[in-house]
Design a protein around this ligand. Structure first.
Ligand SMILES: C[S@@+](CC[C@H](N)C(=O)[O-])C[C@H]1O[C@@H](n2cnc3c(N)ncnc32)[C@H](O)[C@@H]1O
Length: 331
């Protein structure tokens, strides 16, 4: 066999071994979060390298500290450090790896062959959100995971977006613990009234936030009226038909000229191998496995079309954040 062919074959074999073993990456990350390694190293900002003796063979004495391995946090590690508000990206990692979610993953091939198969439902007997709602711990972890990712995002959005002017009453559909509303109200005193609208079991455990009323309900049936509607990370998890229904209910709840301000991960027209595109495409498979087989990450054009079908004649997309795109639909 020619040297070049051998090299290519060996490199393909190494690549497939790496792919097969890749589960050790998220599972090690899971262990790092559970062991609270990031906080142990960070120690209030000192980023003190954590030492431990290198692995040694039985019978050998432990190495002395000068030979010890040292670990300190990279920028990625720092996303797992608990901040002043008790948040980090750690809860998002743990949320993804809960038993009920893990049970759905080996069924992805069935959903590929037959898109009417819902892997999470097949594995657990009911859809993810109603399943979380019945389990106190899962419900709590989901809310913590959403807060951990949403609070840093909202800081970027509130610095870069000025569309809340003239809004007195703002409804956050699928607002979870109400963090997004809390931050919007703090930054924009003109927003006097916030309505955090989510499933009854979710709002039942939401914290008291001045100016915010928690309202339990189902966005597929109706949405409370407001001068504007905010919605973050909601449309992605549903099919086109379901998105149209949510958006039509939003349209009905808005006055003429009112805006539906949605923040969603939006796919680029052309894919590349950047971190952003990889995170988006991996998230697409996550949505398909855990929420709806026909739920998906969409392109800007797909969102524009959904908006038109729901009745919104005006649309613009703002790329303020590294991951989410702000989609403004105006009545
Ligand atoms: C991915 S989370 C996003 C939470 C929050 N907007 C954020 O970004 O941090 C989706 C939210 O939609 C809520 N949700 C799911 N089905 C719903 C329904 N039928 N009516 C209202 N809210 C719903 C979930 O409970 C959850 O809080």
């Amino acid at each position: 066999m020619a040297e070049e062919t051998r090299e290519r074959r060996n490199s393909a074999r190494l690549a497939i071994l790496e792919l097969a073993n890749m589960i050790s990456v998220p599972m090690s990350l899971n262990a790092v979060v559970r062991l609270n390694v990031a906080d142990a190293i960070w120690q209030g900002g000192s980023n003190t390298p954590l030492s431990r003796p290198p692995l040694r063979r039985p019978g050998q004495p432990p190495a002395h500290p000068p030979h010890a391995l040292q670990y300190s946090l990279t920028d990625i590690g720092k996303t797992l450090v608990t901040d002043d508000e008790g948040l980090s990206y750690g809860a998002y990692v743990l949320q993804h790896h809960q038993d009920a979610l893990m049970r759905a993953w080996p069924l992805v091939h069935e959903a590929v062959a037959d898109p009417s198969t819902e892997p999470f439902v097949k594995a657990n007997g009911e859809p993810a959100y109603s399943y979380y709602g019945k389990k106190l711990e899962m419900n709590g972890l989901m809310k913590k995971a959403m807060s951990g990712v949403s609070v840093p995002f909202m800081k970027a959005i509130l610095d870069g977006y000025d569309g809340f002017g003239g809004v007195d009453r703002l409804v956050d559909v699928g607002g979870s613990a109400g963090d997004c509303l809390r931050m919007i109200l703090q930054k924009h005193p003109n927003v006097k009234e916030g309505v955090n609208y989510d499933l009854p079991e979710v709002v039942a455990k939401a914290p008291i936030i001045p100016g915010v009323t928690h309202v339990g309900g189902d966005m597929f049936k109706s949405i409370p009226t407001g001068d504007a509607i905010f919605m973050k990370w909601v449309l992605t998890t549903w099919t086109d038909e379901e998105c149209k229904l949510i958006m039509k209910n939003s349209y009905k709840a808005l006055p003429a000229g009112g805006k539906l301000i949605a923040c969603e991960p939006v796919l680029p027209k052309l894919t590349d191998d950047s971190h952003r595109t990889r995170a988006l495409l991996e998230g697409d498979i996550f949505v398909m496995t855990i929420y709806r087989t026909k739920g998906k990450h969409r392109t800007e054009e797909e969102y524009r079309q959904l908006g038109l079908l729901a009745g919104f004649p005006h649309f613009r997309a703002l790329y303020i954040d590294y991951f989410y795109t702000l989609l403004e639909f105006q009545k």
